[in-house]
Every structure is written in structure tokens, then in C-alpha cells.
Ligand binder design. Structure first.
Ligand code: CA
Length: 404
């Protein structure tokens, strides 16, 4: 019987003892930001009961997850085992205190190193291909042989709850391009992998768990009109770089062991470094909520490349992976309309209106709109493992920011 008196701290709820995601909380007092785990609707800061954690307390005594990310999988596993003993015990450890999540601020919990975004849903890639390039094959020839990706902008990765200002940019026009606030602001529901462990290059697929600490949800905010004008031939740039939101809590990869699923067979041989003995994806069931209406339920199990293949690809040329690097899966979409992970697909390029429960309709985001992405996965013994929500509200374009 646990000492934690929170009804949300239950095995059949996302943030019970089976999950224990790590984050950083700040109550605004002199202690400043501190590392905690989430237990139900509370945060449990770790340093105050450090005696229970032995030497491992050094990994979680600071103001961010950076030292923990720089540790090893063996240490991550040992710390998680200790924490499970603590939260499942009947007695409150001396010094421990529970903070209601409503009373704390949750800043970005780690220093984002390099940020990579993939494009690994065949359904998404085919839908976007059909919408953006209706006269050509939806998939380009490379797509089936490598996880297509690009390097994004780490400096504008923001924590869940951060408002997103509608971006300005150029869009297609005739005879000249137009400039102004984006009129086609969109979301992309994605899963992000937070890297850790030793600095490494050429990470084989079998070594992914040594370098992936945990999982967050990602909203890759996308200005489709800016993107559509700028993206050829070098890929996404200003249509994406204004903001990328991530969960405030990182669910350890170890909590998702039961959620592993096979990755769909590509039906052709893979280049050696992408071969995986038993490629595993994750049965993460996402929900995309637009102003309170669930408009989509993508499943991460429908992705065509695994996180191990993505990491192998990212490092195969000799580029390093370092603690704090973040890579996102690409928009998670599936075979049916209700699995489409972005509004470009849901509205089929803006042609079909999406109805919300208040009776209003949408194609792309309006000022004041809020999008929340959540996800759960199966855990041990019928439990539910949660990935913390990622949420953001659109603010009007700020003309004061634009000179001239
Ligand atoms: Ca994306």
C-alpha cells in the first residue's frame, strides 16, 4: 500500500507507479527549479529524500535532467528501481513532499542539444504527397529505403503550455510572393525521443536503448503556406522553426517495454545498418484535441521506421549523438481519416471543414485556439503508461516584432 494519497496515482491511470516520468518543477521559492517525478497529479522532488537513492541522487540533485541524461542505461534502470521501491512503499521517506501540479511551474526539463525531425509515417507522407504534389507519385524513391529527416531548430523547442505566436513569412503569390502572418497554421502530432548515455557515433540498431533515455510528445507547429513556398529544394525552414512544443515530463523508455510492437515489413531488403533483428515500434495511442474536441486518434504503431532505425540513420555518417539531443518521429498518421495527425491531412489541404463540438468549424488554426496532444500505452499487468500532454495556444501575429 503506497504512502502517496493521490487517487490519480493508480495502475489503471496514466501516471501511476508504472510510469514515473521525470521533469523539473519550480514553485517560485528560493530553491529554484528541481528534478522531480510525476506521481498522479503531484510532483515528487527527488533530492529531499536523497538518502534513499544512494549515489544516484547526484544525477537528480540539480535544476535539470542534464546530469541524468549524461548517465548510463544501467544507472537509469537502477534509479527507476529505487524510485519504484520508494513510491510503492507504505512509509513516506523522511524529507519527501508532494507538490500538487497546479501549484508548480514545469520548465523545459533538459537542455535540448541537436534536434532532428523525421518523416516516418507512410500514411502521412503519402497524404502530404497527394495534397502538395498531386501530379506526381506521393512517395519519393528514397522514402522506402531511409527514414527521411531534417535538422530542426533546437533553440525554439519550448515546453508544453508555452503560447505560440502566429508566425510571419513569405507565401506563394502572383506575380510576387506575399508577406504576412501565416493563414495556414497547423500542428503535427509526433513522438519525440530524448537521447542520453555516452556520446556516440554509428549507433547500431541493437544499441538504441543505451542512447534513448525516454519519450515525450511533440507538437511540430507548421505554417503550411510558408512551408509550401520555401521547402523545395532544401526542406523545411521558417515554416517550422518558430516553435516546437514538447511534454514537460519525460517517460522513461524502460516504462514502455510492454508497449513494444513489430514494425511493418517494408517488403524489400534494407541497407545493412537499418536491419534490426526484431524491429520494434511502440503501441502509443495518441489523441489530438482541438479546443476540447478530439479530432484525431493516431497510433504510433503505424509508423514505418523504428526509433532504433532513426537513431542508426542519424549517426551512420559519423555524426554524434549526445545527451540532450532530441529526435521526433514525424507526424503520426494512420490508415483512416480519424488517424490523421495534422490538420493539413484532416482538412485535405484546407478543402474539408473539421467540425468542433461547439458547432464551429475549422480548416487551420485560428488565434486563441488550443491544441492538446495526449498518449497512453499498455503497461505491465494491464496497467496504463502515460506520456505527458503537450499543449499550446495560438496568439495573434505580433506586428510589433516586425521592423520596417
Ligand atoms: Ca514534423
Amino acid at each position: 500500500m503506497t504512502w502517496i494519497p493521490d487517487p490519480a496515482f493508480a495502475k489503471d491511470l496514466p501516471f501511476g507507479p508504472q510510469t514515473l516520468p521525470y521533469g523539473v518543477v519550480d514553485t517560485g521559492d528560493a530553491q529554484g527549479p528541481r528534478v522531480a517525478v510525476r506521481v498522479g497529479d503531484h510532483a515528487l522532488p527527488l533530492a529531499p529524500f536523497g538518502d534513499e537513492l544512494g549515489d544516484l541522487v547526484d544525477l537528480v540533485s540539480g535544476s535539470s535532467l542534464d546530469p541524468l541524461l549524461a548517465a548510463s542505461r544501467v544507472e537509469w534502470s537502477a534509479l527507476r528501481a529505487r524510485l519504484m521501491d520508494v513510491v510503492n512503499g507504505s512509509g513516506k521517506p523522511p524529507g519527501a513532499s508532494l507538490l500538487p501540479l497546479t501549484d508548480v511551474r514545469t520548465p523545459l526539463p533538459f537542455t535540448v542539444g541537436d534536434y532532428v525531425d523525421f518523416y516516418s509515417s507512410r500514411y502521412h507522407a503519402e497524404n502530404v504527397g497527394r495534397i502538395m504534389r498531386p501530379d506526381s507519385e506521393p512517395l519519393l524513391p528514397n522514402w522506402t529505403h531511409l527514414p527521411v529527416g531534417y535538422h530542426g531548430r533546437a533553440g525554439t523547442v519550448v515546453v508544453s503550455g508555452t503560447d505560440v505566436v502566429r508566425p510571419h513569412g513569405q507565401r506563394r503569390g502572383s506575380p510576387l510572393p506575399q508577406f504576412g502572418p501565416s493563414g495556414r497554421l497547423d500542428v503535427e502530432a509526433e513522438v519525440g525521443f530524448v537521447c542520453g548515455g555516452p556520446v556516440a557515433r554509428r549507433v547500431p540498431t541493437s544499441n538504441a536503448p543505451e542512447h534513448i533515455f525516454g519519450v515525450v510528445l511533440v507538437n511540430d507547429w507548421s505554417a503550411r503556406d510558408i512551408q509550401g513556398w520555401e521547402y523545395q529544394p532544401l526542406g523545411p525552414f521558417l515554416g517550422k522553426s518558430f516553435a516546437t512544443s514538447v511534454s514537460a515530463w519525460v517517460t522513461p523508455l524502460e516504462a514502455l517495454t510492454v508497449a513494444r510492437t513489430p514494425v511493418p515489413d517494408p517488403g524489400h531488403p534494407r541497407v545493412d545498418y537499418l536491419v534490426e533483428d526484431s524491429p520494434w515500434g511502440l503501441d502509443l495511442r495518441l489523441a489530438v484535441e482541438w479546443n476540447g474536441t478530439v479530432v484525431s486518434r493516431p497510433n504510433f504503431a503505424d509508423m514505418s521506421y523504428s526509433c532504433a532505425q532513426q537513431l542508426a540513420h542519424m549517426t551512420v555518417n559519423g555524426a554524434t549523438v549526445r545527451p540532450g539531443d532530441l529526435f521526433a518521429s514525424g507526424t503520426v498518421s494512420g490508415p483512416s481519416v480519424e488517424h490523421r495527425g495534422c490538420f493539413l491531412e484532416l482538412s485535405w489541404g484546407g478543402r474539408e471543414k473539421i467540425k468542433l463540438s461547439d458547432g464551429s468549424t475549422r480548416t487551420f488554426l485560428e488565434d486563441g485556439d488550443t491544441v492538446v496532444i495526449t498518449a497512453t500505452a499498455p503497461g505491465e499487468d494491464g496497467s496504463v503508461v502515460g506520456i505527458a500532454e503537450v499543449t499550446g495556444t495560438v496568439l495573434p501575429a505580433d506586428f510589433a516584432d516586425v521592423g520596417g
